[in-house]
Design a protein around this ligand. Structure first.
Ligand code: ZN
Length: 243
């Protein structure tokens, strides 16, 4: 009920001498901005596109050396990831996605569904179309979105210290220009090169908890000045100066 209507009703009741008592106004469901709004509570056993949307937002909480499947099925791994997400933000850690969880996610995301501390522009300094890589532009951009949610979790774990991204998606042309490997995950949009105030070793060590299959840092050739993280199908962790 709109507030103005409620006020009029209360005023009318008072005019008529009716005791209104304590007026309890149900909290309106949390609304996302232009991005996405969940319409039901989700818990283990649920499935659907809304579960997948949740999985993308909590993809950075799979636990050590794990990745969360974005399959739209709310199983034990999704529940465990959700609990980690809830704990990270001081919410009741019940493994159920309801108003409290959605409110936090809405607060964490921009209208284009990217997390507040990262943007598509940061993940693509190559071209504005996301084309020319190893996958379609749509896929590259979708991959970058998941990477950003993982980075948001990494950032949170490091006391919300800013993380700088020096390179994200690359077309073949951009990748060749910087001498990237011909099989680079940058061609898929699912990787990021990181710099910033947390040391590179701090970044790569913590990244092991946030769903990155590929982690390269100091000690790996060519990675003395940045940390590379990617959602690669083949596990490759190498940063011999760090771990
Ligand atoms: Zn890289």
């Amino acid at each position: 009920m709109p507030k103005i209507v409620l006020r009029l009703l209360v005023a009318a009741a008072m005019t008529l001498g009716i005791s209104v008592g304590t007026v309890v106004v149900a909290t309106a469901p949390a609304q996302a901005d232009g991005c996405y709004t969940w319409s039901r509570t989700l818990k283990e056993g649920a499935s659907g596109g809304d579960v997948r949307q949740l999985q993308i937002r909590i993809a950075g909480y799979p636990g050590y050396n794990a990745t969360l499947g974005l399959d739209g099925k709310f199983g034990p791994a999704t529940e465990a990831a959700l609990i980690r997400f809830q704990k990270a933000y001081g919410l009741a850690a019940d493994g159920v996605a309801g108003e409290q969880t959605y409110r936090k996610i809405y607060a964490l995301q921009d209208s284009d569904c990217t997390p507040v501390n990262f943007s598509y522009g940061e993940l693509n300094r190559c071209n504005s179309s996301w084309s020319g890589g190893a996958v379609s532009a749509t896929q590259a951009k979708a991959n970058a979105l998941v990477v950003m949610w993982k980075l948001q979790a990494l950032r949170r774990a490091l006391d919300d210290r800013p993380i700088q991204i020096s390179s994200g998606f690359r077309s073949h042309a951009c990748n060749n220009a910087v001498g990237g490997a011909s099989t680079s995950r940058h061609l898929y949009g699912d990787s990021a090169d990181l710099t910033g105030s947390p040391s590179l070793c701090t970044l790569v060590k913590q990244a092991r908890y946030h769903g990155f299959r590929e982690i390269l840092g100091p000690g790996y050739p060519g990675h003395g000045d940045h940390a590379h993280v990617a959602h690669d199908p083949v596990k490759l962790w190498s940063a011999s100066s760090c771990f």
